[in-house]
Design a protein around this ligand. Structure first.
Ligand code: BES
Ligand code: MN
Ligand code: ZN
Length: 506
């Protein structure tokens, strides 16, 4: 059920809802609405603040039953962090936190008080509400789903409400829902989501956003093999469900300028059993999320169709299921690749970089100004940075700065890792041009170095989201399960790339 989001200039103290949320910066200054609320609420809230249980720290909450002191059943105070440094990402985070709390607390209606006139607040709150209220219940029987889902969020703003503001809120909601496509895809079980069904979803989305400039074409198993995507074919051939190569394209319909061409590539391993180098049973179920990179790219393309940036944007997805079988690829095999380089297979569980290599080489043919690949690529990246931070690699220092800025604006945790040149020799093979992996030391780095072999001299970023793509508990703007971590950053990056002038030669 889609969330209903409305915007009005109603008085929060007079508004009836199951819960009323208000953002509070660090230091808890008792002014304006907060002062009025605390007066009405008396006891508990004031005590919590006095005792220092609620200080307004980012993400902190204080949930107070109003007992009839105002029309809302509960008041949720959400920390915004340092007053002088509150960003739109912080506001989005606070709204998501409130929505998550309301949603898990059986509130069906939530009001959010927006008591500053600042630009963008309503959009940030609407997005946060969608992220926090997100649930994945497609496979639950009717009597197993929560009886009181959060269905309505009312934004109570001090701004004048007109058609423009309503449109801003509607767009923000649609955009956030597009981001949530990534969550849905990651959460969908692998018997339902396989290369062909993923391709169908991408095609459906393109149809839905056709007027907005989105299109999609798909290569089937035979076509991609004939085209020379040898590595994608190799990874996919151990499965009954053959691989697909998905090419989504966006161009703003009305623009006839020369636009920058940006290519985004996603790893779409719809299930990673490890292949013949099979993974241990415990935890293997999590490998339904091994298409998290692809999910992000599909979601990004839908979000882009809504946001309408002035750039030509391609989304390329190499989709395959990595399974053991009599026809599966083996350690020791040597294959060519779409680029032409030959590759010796060492471990069939290092499959992601293989499918990405062919997709990146295909991307090169588009003569892009920029390429980014996104993948749940290595456990080593999770060991390095923990489960909530993704690691990125790039062949341009200038791009690293841009990605860092984009991630900061988006409120997503990403950390640059180095392409250590000394490790390149680990990829030397006795029989082929390249081995696809080194040893376990610096495993995320050697994966990045392998990918670099397939991007020529194009400015490129590789983002390993193996950790944050799926969450084992809710945090930040994310709910448990698929997170879509990365999509917001990539959209911000698109705007930075459009704004940046000229070639980045650094
Ligand atoms: N899909 C995995 C990486 C992964 C690990 C994603 C944990 C999400 C969470 C990838 O295909 C893989 O199996 N990588 C191996 C590489 C190794 C065989 C060189 C790994 O990280 O162990
Ligand atoms: Mn693997
Ligand atoms: Zn994998």
């Amino acid at each position: 059920m889609a969330l209903k989001i409305t915007v009005s200039s109603s008085d929060p103290l007079q508004f009836s809802a199951d819960a009323l949320a208000i953002g509070v910066a660090e230091g808890v200054r008792r002014t304006g609405l907060l002062r009025d609320l605390l007066k009405l609420l008396g006891g508990t809230a004031n005590k919590a603040i006095k005792r220092g249980e609620f200080t307004g720290k980012k993400g902190q909450t204080c949930d107070i039953a109003t007992g009839g002191a105002l029309k809302a059943g509960r008041v949720i105070l959400v920390g915004l962090g340092d007053l002088d440094a509150v960003t739109l990402a912080d506001v989005r985070l606070a709204a998501a936190t409130a929505a998550r709390l309301a949603s898990s607390g059986n509130c069906t209606t939530l009001a959010v008080a927006i008591s500053e006139p600042n630009e963008g607040l309503e959009a940030a709150v609407a997005q946060g509400a969608v992220f926090g209220a997100y649930r994945f219940e497609r496979f639950k029987s009717a009597d197993q789903v929560g009886k009181f889902p959060l269905g309505k969020v009312s934004l109570l703003t001090v701004k004048k409400v007109n058609a423009d503001l309503r449109a801003v809120v509607t767009d923000a909601q649609r955009f956030a829902e597009a981001v949530c496509i990534a969550r849905d895809l990651v959460n969908t079980p692998p018997n339902e989501l396989y290369p062909e069904s993923l391709a169908n979803i991408a095609k459906e989305l393109a149809k839905e956003h056709k007027a907005a400039g989105l299109s999609c074409s798909v290569l089937g198993p035979k076509q991609l093999k004939d085209k020379g995507m040898v590595l994608l074919d190799a990874v996919g051939r151990g499965s009954e469900r053959g691989p697909r190569f998905i090419h989504m394209k966006y161009r703003p319909p009305k623009s006839n300028k020369k636009l920058k061409r940006l290519v985004f590539v996603g790893k779409g391993v719809t299930f990673d059993s490890g292949g013949l180098c099979i993974k241990p049973g415990p935890g293997m179920d999590e490998m339904k999320g091994d298409m998290g990179g692809a999910a992000n790219i599909v979601a990004l393309m839908a979000a882009v169709a809504i946001a309408q940036p002035e750039a030509e944007i391609h989304g390329l997805i190499a989709a395959a299921e990595n399974m053991p079988d009599g026809n599966a690829y083996r350690p020791g095999d040597v294959f060519g690749s779409y680029l032409g380089k030959t590759v010796e297979i060492i471990n069939t569980d290092a499959e992601g970089r293989l499918v990405l290599a062919d997709a990146l080489a295909y991307g090169l043919e588009l003569e892009p100004d920029f390429m980014l690949d996104n993948a749940t690529l290595t456990g080593a990246c999770v060991v390095a940075l923990g489960p909530t931070v993704s690691g990125y690699f790039t062949n341009r220092d200038g791009l690293a700065d841009q990605l860092a800025a984009a991630a900061k604006t988006a409120g997503e945790a990403m950390w640059r890792l180095p392409l250590v040149e000394e490790l390149r020799e680990k990829l030397k093979s006795d029989t082929a041009d390249l081995k696809h992996m080194g040893d376990r030391w610096g495993g995320a780095i050697t994966a990045g170095l392998f990918l670099r072999e397939f991007v020529g001299n194009v400015p490129w970023i590789h983002v390993d989201v193996a950790g944050p793509s799926m969450a084992d508990k809710a945090y930040g703007i994310y709910t448990k399960g698929g997170t879509g971590h990365g999509v917001l950053t990539f959209l911000e990056l698109i705007y930075l790339l459009i704004a940046a002038d000229g070639e980045d030669a650094s």
